[in-house]
Write a protein that binds this ligand. Sequence first.
Ligand code: SF4
Length: 63
Amino acid sequence: MEINTRKVNESIKCTVDECKYHCETADYCSLDMIKVGAHESCPKDSQCVDCQSFAPDVTKMTK
Ligand code: SF4
């Protein structure tokens, strides 16, 4: 399945459309795999972990 030029990986749902790997018109990642990590030393909920494959989509950046 192709949306724009980025493929949809239906195994990785994501709503971060500020990321350059986001599928733009669907809430999915386009990468084959991602790396997830914790930014807390002892994570206790989902807010403590992040996608570490994120890269900003510079076309969507504002000052
Ligand atoms: S790399 Fe991470 S943040 Fe970016 S679209 Fe994929 S899952 Fe979302």
